[in-house]
Ligand binder design. Sequence first.
Ligand SMILES: Cc1cc2nc3c(=O)[nH]c(=O)nc-3n(C[C@H](O)[C@H](O)[C@H](O)COP(=O)(O)OP(=O)(O)OC[C@H]3O[C@@H](n4cnc5c(N)ncnc54)[C@H](O)[C@@H]3O)c2cc1C
Length: 513
Amino acid sequence: MRKLKKLHSSKKSFRQNPGSVAVIGGGIAGLKAASMLHAAGYNVTLLEASDRIGGRTHTIWFGNESYTELGAEWVHGERNNSIFQLMNPLGVLQPRGQLREFGTDYGLPSGVWLQSNLTSNMREYLNYTWFDPEDWREEVHINVSQGVWARYVLERFNRTYHITDDPEMFEAIYDWAHRTSNAEESATSWFDVSGNDWGDRYIWLYGEPDVRWKPPYSYHTLAQFILSGSISEDGNFTLPDYIKLNQKVESIQYSTNGQTVNVSTQDETYSVDHVIFTGSLGVLKANHATLFTPPLSTRKQLAINNIGFGSVIKIAIEFAEPWWTPTFEGLFPVWNDIDYSNETLHYWRLDLTDAELATEYDGIPLWVRAILTLFNVDSGSAPNVLRAWVAGNPARFLDRQNSSYIQTHVVNAMRQFLSSQFPNITEPINLYKSNWGEDSNFGGTYSYRRVESDAENVWAADLGTPILNLATNKPLVCFAGEATHPHYYSTVHGAYDSAVREVDRIVAWGKMD
Ligand SMILES: Cc1cc2nc3c(=O)[nH]c(=O)nc-3n(C[C@H](O)[C@H](O)[C@H](O)COP(=O)(O)OP(=O)(O)OC[C@H]3O[C@@H](n4cnc5c(N)ncnc54)[C@H](O)[C@@H]3O)c2cc1C
C-alpha cells in the first residue's frame, strides 16, 4: 500500500532548512546532484530503479581480479572536463603516453592486414569528417546527414590526398568510417545523424581525447569518490542512507501553481519541494506520457521524440590466456568483399527485422558486418579479454540473443581477421556483455543529434528546461543527465555538469529574497 511521506518543505527558513529534493536516478548525474544537495543541507532522497548505482557507468569484475567497463570507458578530454579535473589529481587516470587506442590495425576479410601508409590516410580522412580543418563544410548544404557529409569529404579527400584508386576499397573505407561514426553516436546509420553534430554543438575538449582509468581504478572509483569523498583500490564503501535502491519511480505529479511535487514508487509517495529527474532520454521516450502528470510541454515532447538515443553493445570474450601479442591493440575489419550497392547487405537500414539481421551471407550473419573493432583495450585490467563493439539496431538485436550464439560468430570473425597474424586462436572460456538497449531503465546508451533534431529545431537545452512554479519561479521538476547538456551530451562529464547546473538552480532559488 502507498503511504504519503511528507518531507520538509519550507522556503522561508532556508538557512535552517533548505527544503526537500527527490533525485530520480543513481547514475553519475543523480549521484552528483544528491551528494551536493546533501552537503548543502537539503533533505535529499535518491530513488534508483535498479539494484546498483552508477547507471551507464558499470564496471564488472570477473575471474582473477579482472574487470571491464560495460558502460562508459574513457574520460573524453582534459581541459574543462570536470571528471578529468576531479580525478586526475588522485592519480587514478593513465598518464599521458600510456594510453591505448581503440585499435591500430586494419584487416581485410581475406586475412591481409593493411599497410600503415594506407591506414594513416584513412584516419586522416576521418579527422577531416570530424574537424573539417580546411573548412569544406562551408561548401556543403548545412542540413545534411553525417553520411552525406562524410561521402563528400571522402571523395574530395581522395581527389586531393589520394587514399585509393580501387573502387571496392573506396567503398570499404567509407563503410569503416560509417561504423566508427555509428559507435561514436550509438546510431544505427549515419544517414540518421545530423551532419552538423560535430562542430559547435558537441564540443570536443582539449587534451587526450580518450583518457583511461589506471588499474585497479575504474568508473566505479568515480561513483565512490562522489559519494564518499575518498577512493580505495578495492572500491568498497558504504552507500549513504539517502540512496534508495530498487525504487522505480512510476509517477511524478506537479502543478505549475503548486509548492510541492509528488513522486511515487510502487509502495511510497514522496511529497517534496523539488525533483531532479536524471533518467535517460531512452526512459523519457518510453515513459514520459505515463510518468508525468500533467504531461510535459509540447516543446519538451518534441525534443524527446526527435533527439536521437541509440545503443551500443560491448561484448567481452575471455580466453584462458592471450593468444595475441602484448603490442596488439585491436583491429578494424575493412570489408572490401561486399557489393555495397546490394541493399540487402545494408546492416544499417533503420527498418531491419531480427530475421534480416540474422540472415547469413557467405556463412556470415548480416550483423557481423556491423562490428566496429576487435580489440584489447583492457590489457591492464582484463589481460585475457578481447572485445567487440556493435552499434545501433544490430546492438539491440544482439541484446536479445544468447551468449553462445554471439560468441560463435564473434570468434569466427576473430579467426577470419586475426588468424593470419595469430594462428593459435583458442576457444573462449567466458563471454560478458552489456544489455543497454533491452534494459528498461536505460533503453539504449547515449544521445545524439538526428537530422530530425535540426529539422524540428530541438535541442539538448529543451530537454533540460525545468518546470517552474509560474508565480514564484520555484524549480519544481528539474531535468539533468547527459542528454540535457548542450555541448557535452553523450558523456559522463556532461552528466556530471548537468547535475551541478540543476543543483545550482535549486540553491539559487532557495537563496532568493
Ligand atoms: C556503452 C557505453 C559507452 C559509453 N562510453 C562513454 C565514454 O567512453 N566516455 C564518456 O564520457 N561517456 C560514455 N558513455 C556515456 C555515459 O556513460 C553517460 O553519458 C552517463 O553515464 C550518463 O549518466 P546519467 O546520470 O545522465 O544517466 P544514467 O547513467 O542513465 O543514470 C540514470 C539512472 O536513472 C535510473 N532510472 C531510470 N528510470 C528510473 C525510474 N523511473 N526511477 C528511478 N530510477 C530510474 C537508471 O537505472 C539509472 O541508474 C557511454 C555509455 C555507454 C552506455
